[in-house]
Structures are given as structure tokens and as C-alpha cells.
Ligand binder design. Structure first.
Ligand code: PBG
Length: 326
């Protein structure tokens, strides 16, 4: 007699019964881009199926997210080049594009979706860095924290349930928590981009936000070589009061994700980033892989590694194929 694990693979029902990992629409978050001055959504060539939205098309997209059973949406703002300055002040202007988008989405969906905001300066600065620069051109950590607090506060005022500091400044979670609490926003949660690596897989995102960046982010984002450091960053953010922590990118960092998930006391998110999504689209366009299966496999692997929540540009299509809202 030999042991036969294949017995548990004999039928689709059997495989479904014994599946160790299930991806549910409620754990998927859709990242979206809202752009200043658009009347119509504009396609992003390196992210097939993803657009820079007008306010109206953004609201429609948020409504669709509700309809298919998603529970979260993450907004990124895309101001015009003329609106950008060295500080990124359009980020916290109440009528800046991101804050306008947040208000419109929140008004439309109420509490049906968790409305999240990217809390970072790179979309808003004319140099494209995630923080303000000192006189030598380096990203100034502590001067940046003051702007992050302004940004987070303006996002909470605009209606964000969750702010997502993604700039990898040291102390950003603590600074934002103190600022929110002092202003009476004790219920606004913080999703910390805790372990965020300096990744080539953010390529298409730069097109999505019309990034002005010259150079790279290696003095603040993590070195892809470092696993233990990812755990350290997540621990620090949790200690500073993060309500959720994130590992990013997701698919190439499953070891870090598994480590963080094994010890985190708070829910763990992972970001299936633009390049991970775009590569599947590109190969599928050539007929080299099956888009739907590859997308589902990628997100299943991320959940299997320990993610409670996955941010993915494929959230709507995955939720739809999973059966939509219950
Ligand atoms: C920075 C930010 C980036 C992404 C999300 N937030 C870009 C970067 O750090 O260079 C990338 C997301 C993606 O590639 O999908 N605010």
C-alpha cells in the first residue's frame, strides 16, 4: 500500500473541499488613480485595463468595487505638472485632486468600502521624491514628517477611513498617529507601508502617476537583498501604532511576507504592484500565458504566504470570477 495524496485531487469538488487557501473578494483592495483636469478617463498604456480617472469615472469605479464585493479602495492623486512644487503642497490642499477624489468617493460609497489614501509626496512634488529635499538634495526625513502629518490630516478631513504612509520615512507612523489624534481623528486608521522595497516592479506606476522622478529611491526604500530588515520595519511600525502593516511588492517578497505574517499582531497586507500585474498582461497579450489563471495564481500565492489583504489592479476581475458579492 502506498500513500496517495492524489486521492484528494480527483474531482473539482474534492479539490475545493481541501483547498488550504481561499481568496475572497472582501480581502481585495483596488488601487485607483484620479487625475486633475480630466473629463474622460485616460488609459495607462503600461497597465492594461487601468485608467487615470476623472472624478466622475472614479466614483463609478468605486461603485463597481462595491457591487462586486470588494471592501477597500486605495486612491492615488495625479495633479497636473503646474500644480506640483518642491514641497508637494497640492497634496494637502483641500481642493487638491486626491482630496477631491476622496471626498467624492466617500460621499458615494459611505461606509460600504474602506476608503484609503496614499499618504506620500511623490505624486505631488516637482522632483518626484517621496519627501522634501535638504540643501544638498537629500530627502530630509524629519522635515518630511511634518508634511506627512498635514497630508494625513487633510485626507482624514476629506473622508479617508485609512491613511497609507508609503514614503518609508523613519517615524512616519508615530508622527501621523499623534497628528491625527491631536486633531480628533482617533478613528482614522493607519496602513503602514512597512516593508517597502526599492523595486523595479513599480515601473508602470510611474506612468500611472506621471512621475517626475529622476534618480531612484534607494536611500529610503529598502534594499531587495534584505529579508530580516523587512521584519524590523514591520515591527517598528506596529510599535508606532500602525493598525495594519504592508509588504510591497508582494510576489517577489513572499519570504518577507511570511515572516511578517508569522509575528504580526495586526492584519498584514501585501501589494501586488504595477509591474507584477503588467507582466502578466504583457505575456498574456502575446498568448504566452493564460491571464486569468496567472492573475489568480499570483494572488493565491500571496494569500498563501500570509497576506490577510491584497492590493491588486486585478481586484475587480478576480472578485467577479470569484462570484461577486454575497
Ligand atoms: C509611492 C508609491 C509607489 C507605489 C505605490 N506608492 C511608487 C514608488 O514607491 O516608487 C507603487 C505601486 C505600484 O507599482 O503599483 N507613493
Amino acid at each position: 500500500m502506498i500513500t496517495r495524496p492524489r486521492r484528494l485531487r480527483t474531482t473539482a469538488a474534492m479539490r475545493a473541499l481541501v483547498a488550504e487557501t481561499r481568496v475572497h473578494p472582501a480581502q481585495l483592495v483596488l488601487p485607483v488613480f484620479v487625475a486633475e483636469g480630466l473629463d474622460e478617463p485616460r488609459p495607462i498604456s503600461s497597465l492594461p485595463g487601468v485608467q487615470q480617472h476623472s472624478i466622475a469615472s472614479l466614483v463609478a469605479q468605486a461603485q463597481q468595487a462595491v457591487d462586486v464585493g470588494l471592501k477597500g479602495i486605495m486612491l492615488f492623486g495625479v495633479p497636473t505638472p503646474e500644480s506640483k512644487d518642491a514641497e508637494g503642497s497640492i497634496g494637502w490642499a483641500p481642493d487638491g485632486i486626491l482630496n477631491r477624489g476622496l471626498s467624492a468617493v466617500r460621499e458615494a460609497v459611505g461606509d460600504d468600502l474602506v476608503v484609503m489614501a496614499d499618504t506620500c509626496l511623490d505624486e505631488f512634488t516637482d522632483h518626484g521624491h517621496c519627501g522634501v529635499l535638504d540643501e544638498r538634495g537629500r530627502v530630509d526625513n524629519d522635515a518630511t514628517l511634518e508634511r506627512y502629518v498635514e497630508l494625513a490630516l487633510s485626507q482624514a478631513v476629506a473622508g479617508a477611513h485609512v491613511v497609507g504612509p508609503s514614503g518609508m520615512m523613519d517615524g512616519q507612523v508615530a508622527a501621523i498617529r499623534l497628528g491625527l489624534d491631536a486633531a480628533g481623528f482617533e478613528d482614522t486608521a493607519i496602513l503602514a507601508y512597512a516593508a517597502k522595497y526599492a523595486s523595479a516592479f513599480y515601473g508602470p506606476f510611474r506612468e500611472a502617476v506621471n512621475s517626475a522622478l529622476q534618480g531612484d529611491r534607494r536611500t529610503y526604500q529598502q534594499d531587495p537583498a534584505n529579508r530580516r530588515e523587512g521584519v524590523r520595519e514591520a515591527d517598528l511600525d506596529e510599535a508606532e501604532g500602525a493598525d495594519l502593516v504592508m509588504v510591497k511588492p508582494a510576489g517577489y517578497y513572499l519570504d518577507v511576507l511570511a515572516d511578517v505574517a508569522a509575528r504580526s499582531q495586526v492584519p498584514v497586507a501585501a501589494y501586488h504592484v504595477s509591474g507584477e500585474y503588467a507582466m502578466v498582461c504583457a505575456a498574456a497579450e502575446r498568448g504566452w500565458i493564460d491571464r486569468d489563471r496567472a492573475m489568480a495564481e499570483a494572488v493565491t500565492a500571496i494569500v498563501r504566504a500570509g497576506a490577510d489583504i491584497v492590493l491588486t489592479y486585478a481586484a475587480i476581475e478576480l472578485a467577479t470570477s470569484l462570484g461577486g458579492a454575497e
